[in-house]
Design a binder for this molecule. Structure first.
Ligand code: ADP
Ligand code: MG
Length: 304
């Protein structure tokens, strides 16, 4: 077997980097298409590619804070990036993401869509103009999917405001034959079910807390291959998998933090593999030097 078989081929090259820089690399944000995400992404692709439907449908993805909903929306945006205007073709914007936090009126929703399209001072438009402008921009940009994050926030508003928010979403779906992906905490399904017509058009999927199962094993195996450590850690071994669930409570964000911080410690201490001790150390000691190095690398890349 080749040396460093525990790493992806592209990651092996990073072993030649100076240690400080390698420790910094551990903290770079990485997106892993784990097995719970794959069917969700497939369904989203299906929604995007379906010919426009009179009754557009949608998907609600719910999960605890830190379960990866916003990362999912970023991954979809990366997969369907905007295209600039060229050769007589107009610019397109296949995916737009808006956040429902504190959106109490239809106006706010439209303003957020307009801002996404780069309209300056959308607050200056009057009601009808604002709505017309939003519809026009969505059509011109060939919008194929609207993502609405933090949908559960509407539950903190009055019944009337909730109806307005959901009516606006329904209106956009109908007028533009536009599929919608809504993201939110475990209260997200309840927020959507306020409107039974809307509810009937949506499928519901969850990003649950992680536990010790095959999903976790496969996820940890993929993650380990992406972290440039000289020695294998066997993250998915019963001991380390149990440590990770114990220390994180099954929250993906915490699992990622523990593993990547412990990996940075492993480079700095020269241990070159993640151990129970380093995971426990990662709980209370953030890898400060590695973070500074990561910031430096990001800065250099930006300047390059
Ligand atoms: N698919 C993924 N691959 C790798 N890390 C992830 C993934 N999804 C989430 N994470 C980690 O969890 C953190 C929180 O994710 P986020 O999408 O902001 O959660 P949510 O929106 O559900 O609160 C991210 O910063 C990242 O570290
Ligand atoms: Mg989020």
């Amino acid at each position: 077997m080749s040396e460093f078989a525990h790493l992806d081929p592209g990651v092996r090259d990073q072993l030649d980097l100076p240690s400080a820089e390698r420790a910094g690399r551990m903290l770079a944000e990485r997106f892993i298409t784990h097995e719970r995400l794959a069917p969700i992404l497939n369904y989203i692709e299906f929604l995007i590619h379906m010919p426009p439907q009179t009754r557009a449908s949608g998907l609600v993805v719910s999960g605890n804070p830190g379960s990866g909903k916003t990362m999912l929306s970023r991954a979809i945006q990366r997969r369907y990036p905007p295209t600039p205007a060229e050769n007589g073709n107009v610019a397109t914007r296949p995916v737009v993401v808006i956040n429902m936090t504190n959106a109490r009126e239809a106006k706010t929703l439209y303003n957020r869509i307009l801002s996404e399209f780069g309209v300056p001072d959308p607050g200056n438009y009057s009601g009808n103009d604002r709505e017309r402008m939003a519809l026009k921009l969505c059509r011109t940009a060939s919008l194929r999917l609207l993502i609405v994050d933090e949908i559960q926030d509407i539950l903190t508003s009055t019944a009337r405001q909730q109806r307005i928010a959901l009516d606006t979403i329904k209106f956009l779906m109908n007028e533009l034959s536009l599929p919608i992906l809504t993201l939110g905490t475990s209260s997200a399904p309840a927020a959507m079910q306020v409107d039974e017509h809307l509810n009937a058009r949506f499928k519901y999927r969850e990003l649950p807390l992680w536990r010790r199962d095959q999903f976790l094993t496969n996820f940890l195996d993929r993650l380990e291959k992406a972290l440039p450590l000289r020695k294998p850690s066997y993250l998915s071994s019963p001991t380390l998998a149990a440590d990770l669930i114990r220390l994180s409570g099954g929250v993906l964000q915490t699992i990622m933090q523990l593993v990547t911080h412990a990996a940075a410690h492993a480079v700095e201490t020269g241990e070159e593999q993640i151990t129970t001790n380093l995971l426990e150390r990662a709980v209370f000691e953030p890898p400060l030097a590695a973070a500074k190095q990561a910031a430096l690398q990001a800065g250099l890349q930006m300047a390059a």
